[in-house]
Design a protein around this ligand. Structure first.
Ligand code: NFS
Length: 642
């Protein structure tokens, strides 16, 4: 019999604990329960030793022991594990590449006057166009936008050369390594197709070559997904600036019509925010006091970064937003959407609305989104939510009390705007000086997910606090950012977690931003915005004329669940940034693969560390993980001579 964890064992968040108890008392099952019912995981799959690539199998190799040592075709454990990892990477890279392509299409249609968006950040449009070496002189805004969109779409079409966004954003010193290894992507779709092909039965059997294929997927993810999406979304919706928002399940409002926007691409949700304002008066006619949009997962991050929309939940507790009984609609686009939300919604009046033709859920309503008809879709969704308000059962409403105030919106542009008040000519210099003199011991990106298998928020918050008290500057994205916001690390109270020198610096910088202090964790956005920490590091590396791999910078994904988090981690490692994961990445079935990733082979020059300067650190204990990250930061400081 599987052990069912008590609410206080599944999350650090007392509101999540409360709502989980409510769900259980009503016989409603959530991901936390299903994670417990799953109990012990399959030992073959957990080690990466199960192969379902063809009909000779499924083949499995017993981890470290008895039984067959090869699959029917002759693949050994190393090949199986490397292929299984590449499969995961393909999933991650495809998700982000598709995100980038959707946004590029929306920009193109906007520029052609076919979609109802406006270009909110013309300055960024021009900077991106220049960065791409496009002609802007004498061109209209829409002509430049069209040229940028077509250049972006080439990254899914071209058959020779290098992806445009790598030419534009890739750090030159990292580029040299990728080019030498022959792993620099040409176009995202081509690389994904090649990866699928090499991974098929009878394809690539060399585990080290397969691992290089995984690094290519990391680069596809990073450049056709992250950088391209962040750049184009900033052009369309504005580059984030410091903004205040509230975090917790308490952001639902009993008196208002509540709509949760969930997923990743902000194209429709931005319009929903607009239409909620337009139709506010209609809400009054059904007895509500207004329309309250709340965010879940990364669509939530996108909206809070640019609009200050309140955030209700990260990934693992998404179903509990519905259990409040006060949600009229949950609108989903792509990725990280649990099909379980529909079962939970059926216990309430909540309407689950899918919006993308390739992401549907049985039982949910589908309102199709196309950029051309974004207004029609957004209007229909808000009107549906207004109608649903009458179906709400007040007896079922339980909204926990107390939300946390937080500051987000720390794009590289926003950070530089603040530091430029100290050094206008060289805005990065104050940060560089602080790193050099040890005021900032290092920089850590605490990123990634929450995972129903793991106690929610504990890993994310513990790693961040351990690093902050050692004067490591934290930047954050994704669901990890949700964790840090909840525990006050995005407001002034969080300064208590910082070491003295970092605290003083954040106070000094805050005054230049019109705040009493910068928050200890700088929220840089959604998971595609993991482009931003890398942009910051690349700019610092350029100033110092060193590779990114020389910087005292690390990444940490303490509560990983998604393939996307692993591809993002690989993209960081490909630039030489060490990456910690707190959840087993399922490669233990091959010593060769595990040691190549973690840099613990004797022939170091062919490990991730040896090739790129950054390695994988697997550690489930967040305190130990932070200690290892500090050691690596100090090692890089020493090598830099600072
Ligand atoms: Ni990132 Fe964002 Fe969250 Fe993980 Fe999912 S929402 S894209 S994958 S779970 S951080």
């Amino acid at each position: 019999m599987a052990k069912i964890r008590e609410p206080e064992e599944v999350s650090k968040d007392t509101q999540v604990q409360q709502m989980l108890a409510v769900a259980r008392s009503r016989g409603i099952e959530t991901a936390f329960d299903r994670a417990d019912q799953m109990a012990a995981r399959c030992p073959f799959g957990s080690a990466g030793l199960c192969c379902r690539s063809c009909l000779e199998g499924p083949c499995r190799i017993v981890p470290n022991g008895s039984g067959p040592r090869r699959g029917v075709c002759g693949s050994d454990a190393d090949t199986l594990v490397a292929r299984s990892l590449l499969n995961t990477m393909i999933q991650g890279a495809s998700g982000h590449a598709e995100h980038g392509r959707e946004v590029a299409m929306a920009l193109l249609k906007t520029a052609e006057g076919k979609a109802p968006y406006v270009i909110r950040d013309v300055g960024k449009l021009m900077r991106v166009a220049k960065g791409l070496n496009l002609e802007i002189e004498g061109k209209s805004i829409n002509e430049v936008a069209k040229a940028v969109a077509l250049t972006a779409l080439e990254d899914f079409q071209k058959h020779e050369g290098v992806m445009n966004w790598i030419e534009y954003r890739g750090h030159q010193k990292s580029r040299e390594i990728w080019d030498k290894l022959g792993i620099t992507p040409v176009n995202a779709h081509l690389e994904i197709a090649k990866a699928v092909t090499r991974n098929a039965m009878g394809g690539d059997a060399d585990p080290l070559n397969l691992l290089l294929g995984s690094v290519t997927m990391g680069l596809v993810d990073g450049y056709s997904g992250l950088h391209l999406s962040s750049d184009l979304q900033d052009i369309l919706f504005g580059t984030p600036k410091a903004v205040k928002f509230n975090y917790s399940l308490a952001v639902l409002d009993e008196k208002q019509i509540n709509i949760a926007v969930h997923g990743h691409i902000p194209l429709l949700s931005e319009k929903i925010v607009e239409w909620a304002r337009t139709l506010e008066r209609k809400a009054l006619t059904v007895g509500a006091e207004g329309i309250n949009i709340v965010g879940v997962c990364c669509t939530g991050n996108e909206l809070l970064m640019r609009q200050g929309v309140h955030a209700a939940s990260s990934f693992s507790s998404q179903e509990l937003v519905i259990v409040t009984g006060a949600l009229e609609a949950m609108v989903v686009d792509i990725q990280c959407i649990m099909p379980g939300i529909q079962q939970v919604a059926e216990c309430f009046h909540t309407e689950i609305i899918t919006t993308m033709p390739h992401v549907k859920i049985p039982g949910a309503t589908h309102v199709n989104f196309e950029p051309e008809y974004a207004d029609d879709a957004a209007r229909e969704i808000v009107e549906r939510a207004i109608r649903n308000f009458a179906k709400r059962d007040p007896a079922k409403v339980v909204i926990p009390g107390g939300s946390v105030e937080a500051y987000a919106g720390f794009s590289v542009e926003q950070i530089c705007e603040v530091t430029a008040k100290i050094n206008e000519d060289k805005p990065l210099q104050p940060l560089i000086d602080a790193i050099k003199d040890g005021t900032i011991r290092g920089v850590a990106a605490v990123i990634g997910c929450t995972n129903p298998r793991e106690p929610q928020d504990i890993g994310n918050v513990t790693v961040a606090k351990e690093l902050l008290k050692n004067n490591v500057l934290i930047v954050t994205t994704g669901c990890a950012a949700h964790s840090l916001a909840k525990y006050g690390l995005m407001n002034e109270d969080g300064l208590e977690a910082c070491g003295d020198s970092l605290k003083a610096l954040l106070r000094q910088l805050g005054q230049h931003a019109g705040l009493s202090a910068l928050p200890p964790a700088l929220h840089m956005g959604s998971c595609v915005d993991n482009s931003r920490p890398l942009d910051l590091l690349s700019a610092i590396a350029d100033e110092l004329d060193v590779p990114v791999s020389s910087l005292p910078a690390v990444g940490s994904c303490p509560e990983t669940h998604s393939p996307k988090a692993l591809t993002i981690g690989t993209y960081f490692m490909a630039h030489g940034v060490d990456v910690h994961v707190g959840v087993d990445p399922q490669v233990s079935g091959s010593n060769l693969v595990a040691r190549t990733l973690t840099g613990s082979r004797e022939d170091k020059e062919i490990t991730m560390d040896g090739l790129f300067g950054g390695k994988l650190i697997v550690e489930s204990d967040p305190v130990k993980a932070a200690a290892i990250l500090l050691e690596r930061i100090d090692m890089k400081r020493k090598a830099l001579g600072i």
